[in-house]
Structures are given as structure tokens and as C-alpha cells.
Design a protein around this ligand. Structure first.
Ligand code: URA
Length: 274
């Protein structure tokens, strides 16, 4: 006898397709113009008012620097999210603070089961002081809504960098390393059950990996947080990349279904760990 369809899964899939802007049915067979998506670039560019190409900045060596030590000490001393926000606002070890308009700390509910970590604020986020409020933020909201998660109840959102890099350029390795103690402390204080790492910068930064997002995404990774907690993290594609490569949305959808399944099951089976 044929297996009955899983109506909840079908409904979630339909919601996802509507959220992604699908407005017509297509055939299973690939259309001639369907091509594999280009690999996600290091920095998924948001619409950039200047229209300039994102600059590439050479990576800095990963050794302890006085600013790095100051960041680690400030992060470790923060015992609440408010203290952490204040510590980051007062941290003078990065020139990004001088060019940014606002510190972009977080949005959503502290203590939510899922914490999303993105890359860095764009122009809108910098203006409003909130992460993911521009076009890619709207897509991020629709993606999570399709598996029943939202900022009002079940998501907590931050970025690797709390300040917008000028011209939306890619964060350098040195900037990522400098702010990482703040990010890890942020996770320890927010205490999510799961981390979702949106894009290559978040995945490489938090997982301390040299692999690209296409290798890292779609499976669970263990992350050790500063206070000895071990959390499961799921890297996925950045919504800004999905806006430019809609064909990759199917991979993001598979990642979100994996998150939903693990949340519904209440944990991660050994088979699902990366
Ligand atoms: N892209 C990010 O990675 N973070 C934001 O907050 C906005 C866009």
C-alpha cells in the first residue's frame, strides 16, 4: 500500500515556496536555463548605494594582539546580555566603530531556542541598529516563518561583526578574530539550543574552519562556547546569496527542514552529526 502523504511536511513546503516567491508550477525535469548556482562569495553583497565592488582586504595573522586580549577580557567579564552590549559599545579596539552609525547587537528573544548568526550589518542595519532588517532580513524572516520560527517568540539574531564594514566590504580575518570572543560570549549568555550560521563568514568564524560554506552547510557541527558549553550549529546559505541565486533556495530549504526535524525530535541523533 502506498505511504500516505505527510500533510504537515507538504504544507510547510508549500508555505516555503510561497515565501520564496513561487507563483507558478514547474516540471521536475530541469529547464535548459537551470544551472548550478555559483559558489557563495565571501561577502554576499547587499544593494550598495555607492555601486562599488566590495573591496578585498588581506587577512591578518592570527596571533594575540592587545586589542584581541582586551576584547576577550571585556567579553569574559560580561555576565548579562546588557553588560555585553555595553562592553561592546565601549570597546575602542576596532576602527569599524568610528565609521559605523550604530552598534548592531541583536534582535529577537534572548533565550530563544534558535540563535542565528549572520555576517555584519549592512546600511539599513547600521541605520536602525538592528540585525537583518534589509532585503536579506526580510527573506530570512520568511524562511524561518516557513518552519514556524519568528523573532517575536523563537529566534534570537546577531552577527559576527557588530559594526558595518565601510562600503559593505567583506570582514577581514583580523576583524572576525577580534570580535569572536564577543560572539561566543553572546551565545553563552543567550543560551540557545541550536545555532544557525548564516553564510560563509559566520560558519568559518564560529567553526574556526577554512572550508567554504558549500562544504560546511547542511550538517551539524559541534561548537565549544567559552564557558565550556557545547552546542550544535547548522551552517546554511546566507539570504543575500539566495536573493541573487534563487536556485540555491532548495539547499537552504533542506537545511531548515533538518533544523525543524531536530527541534521536533528534541535533539540530534548521532547519524545527523557532521
Ligand atoms: N547581512 C548580515 O549578515 N547581517 C545583517 O544584519 C544584515 C545583512
Amino acid at each position: 500500500m502506498a505511504t500516505p502523504p505527510d500533510h504537515l511536511a507538504l504544507l510547510a513546503s508549500l508555505r516555503w515556496q510561497i515565501a520564496m516567491g513561487a507563483d507558478e508550477a514547474i516540471l521536475e525535469a530541469a529547464a535548459p536555463r537551470a544551472r548550478r548556482p555559483a559558489p557563495e562569495p565571501e561577502r554576499p553583497p547587499e544593494a550598495e548605494p555607492s555601486g562599488k565592488a566590495p573591496q578585498r582586504i588581506p587577512a591578518a595573522p592570527r596571533k594575540a594582539t592587545p586589542h584581541g586580549e582586551a576584547a576577550a577580557a571585556l567579553a569574559a567579564a560580561a555576565t548579562t546580555l546588557d553588560e555585553l552590549r555595553e562592553a561592546m559599545a565601549g570597546f575602542t579596539g576596532s576602527p569599524l566603530r568610528e565609521t559605523a552609525t550604530n552598534l548592531v547587537f541583536s534582535d529577537g528573544v534572548p533565550g530563544a531556542p534558535v540563535m542565528v548568526i549572520g555576517e555584519a550589518p549592512g546600511a539599513e542595519e547600521d541605520r536602525l541598529g538592528k540585525p537583518f532588517v534589509g532585503a536579506s532580513g526580510q527573506l530570512l524572516d520568511r524562511m524561518f516563518a516557513s518552519i514556524g520560527l519568528n523573532r517575536a517568540e523563537s529566534l534570537y539574531i546577531t552577527n559576527i561583526l557588530p559594526f558595518r564594514p565601510p562600503g559593505n566590504r567583506t570582514p577581514t580575518d583580523a576583524e572576525i578574530a577580534l570580535f569572536l570572543p564577543f560572539v561566543l560570549r553572546h551565545v553563552a549568555l543567550a543560551r540557545p539550543r541550536f545555532l544557525v550560521l548564516a553564510g560563509g563568514v559566520a560558519a568559518k568564524g564560529v567553526l574556526q574552519s577554512r572550508d567554504g560554506i558549500t562544504r560546511l552547510r547542511g550538517r551539524w557541527h559541534q561548537v565549544s562556547i567559552l564557558d565550556g558549553q557545547v552546542l550544535m550549529a547548522l551552517p546554511t546559505l546566507h539570504p543575500a546569496y539566495l536573493l541573487r541565486s534563487p536556485i540555491a533556495k532548495r539547499d537552504a530549504w533542506a537545511d531548515l527542514l533538518l533544523l525543524q526535524r531536530v527541534m521536533n525530535d528534541g535533539g540530534i541523533g548521532a547519524a545527523e552529526k557532521g
